[in-house]
Design a protein around this ligand. Structure first.
Ligand code: NAD
Ligand code: MG
Length: 390
């Protein structure tokens, strides 16, 4: 099986390479190409280990080092966003879309046109361009598989089931580092506190998004497009142990849940081997030691991102792209120390309420260019908004 990994140096990308290390001998897996941003050392080491054909770095400044380290191994070195897009055109059986943020959207859409199966970790692709991705997958006969643990769980629960019998999909959320914090504590939360996720080990940006629950908000929108569900069919429940990855409730009130260790290799391997299951050397869950699984309602007051997500779920237009762009800028502004933790959701809410933005509620984007222009426009607006001190 030929594989391409977009975002190979990240948390998901590295987990995928680990799965391939475990399974490549028995399942003749061949990594054709990998891409990365700035971690050139990791990129080169992986390229040599996996004997890839092509390596792409986003920034042209890395070309001399890539060429220097890879040419003697017969590996093609490339750089730039165009080269990332062209890599999708190399065609593969299984492509992993694991670039973080909006930068991952164009290569995902390109891969859908050229590759057999696209495993989507980059949730921004469906949040910003869900209809375009689904229409294109239908047109090109491409299979889209969910890597996000919640969506992967839902997908597993739906095997052999009729989607029309689904009453509700319940996404679980760990609650992140501020599950038991007061509003005042969250107001003054530091970057280090926001990064300290209690159960999952993830990249920096998604860890902070988990602390605000913007990650769960994006996942609600992602689920809408992955499974063609309405707002009223989507729920979130806090489950701090992160053992149940999500649940599906059917018309007859039966509920199926998928459980597993909190290790992204499970979901990645499931999409890589689908519809088969192959062995993975992970630690088994010890239920006796675990003793209990707990649940609680999500607090929309302390986690306004969940409330904001409902606006987008109720609309069918371009608000997903707006929401994501505003959230990405809010996150940058928090990381740089310019705004406080709870200002991130205030900023996104301010953007969503702008009269020019509400007009986009029912304007479904028809092309990637349209999505890109909304993304660029909203990013400019969000950078300039000043929040009143309160
Ligand atoms: P990460 O920050 O660890 O890695 C991101 C990857 O994208 C790296 O390879 C990086 O080099 C690359 N990248 C960064 N900026 C880029 C740019 N401008 N152009 C091209 N490439 C760029 O992120 P991650 O945690 O692995 O998450 C990747 C995606 O998977 C995200 O969309 C995230 O929401 C999703 N996801 C992650 C997890 C997780 O456990 N980490 C779980 C579910 C979904
Ligand atoms: Mg998730």
């Amino acid at each position: 099986m030929d594989i391409i990994i977009f975002g190979a140096t990240g948390s998901i990308g590295q987990n995928a390479l680990e799965v391939i290390r475990c399974q490549r001998e028995s399942h003749s897996l061949r990594v054709k190409a990998i891409t990365g941003n700035d971690n050139i050392d990791q990129l080169c080491k992986d390229a040599i280990e996996f004997k890839v054909e092509r390596v792409v770095a986003t920034n042209h400044k890395h070309m001399p080092e890539l060429k220097d380290r890879l040419s003697s191994h017969g590996i093609e070195a490339c750089a730039g966003t165009e080269a990332i897009l062209e890599t999708a055109q190399m065609k593969a059986d299984w492509v992993l879309s694991a670039i973080i943020g909006f930068h991952g959207v164009p290569p995902t859409l390109e891969a859908i046109k050229y590759c057999k199966t696209v495993a989507i970790a980059n949730k921004e692709s469906l949040v910003c361009a869900g209809k375009i991705a689904n229409d294109s997958a239908k047109m090109y006969g491409t299979t889209l598989l969910p890597v996000d643990s919640e969506h992967n769980a839902i997908f597993q629960c739906l095997q052999g089931e009729d989607i029309n019998t689904v009453r509700k999909v319940i996404l679980t959320a760990s609650g992140g580092p501020f599950l038991n914090s007061s509003l005042r504590e969250m107001e003054n939360a530091t970057l280090d506190q926001a990064l300290a996720h209690p159960t999952w080990s993830m990249g920096k940006r998604i860890s902070i998004d988990s602390a605000t629950m913007f990650n769960k908000a994006l996942e609600l929108i992602e689920a809408k497009y992955f499974f063609n569900l309405s707002d009223s069919q989507l729920d979130v429940i806090i489950h701090p142990e992160s053992i149940i990855h999500s649940m599906v409730s059917f018309h007859d009130n039966s509920i199926l849940a998928q459980l597993g260790p909190h290790d992204m290799k499970c979901a990645i391997a499931y999409t890589m081997n689908y519809p088969d299951r192959n062995p993975l050397p992970l630690k088994e869950i010890d239920f006796a030691a675990q003793a209990k699984l707990t649940f609680e309602a999500a607090d929309h007051n302390r986690f306004p991102a969940l409330r904001l997500a409902r606006w987008i779920l109720k609309s069918d237009g371009s608000l997903g792209a707006v929401f994501n762009a505003a959230k990405e800028v809010a996150l940058d502004r928090f990381i740089s120390g310019e705004i406080r933790f709870l200002d991130m959701s205030r900023l996104v809410e301010t953007v969503l309420m702008l009269p020019d933005i509400t007009k986009l509620e029912h304007k479904i984007p028809e092309s990637l260019d349209e999505v890109k222009s909304i993304n660029g426009w909203v990013r400019r607006i969000t950078k300039e908004i000043k929040l009143n001190d309160n």
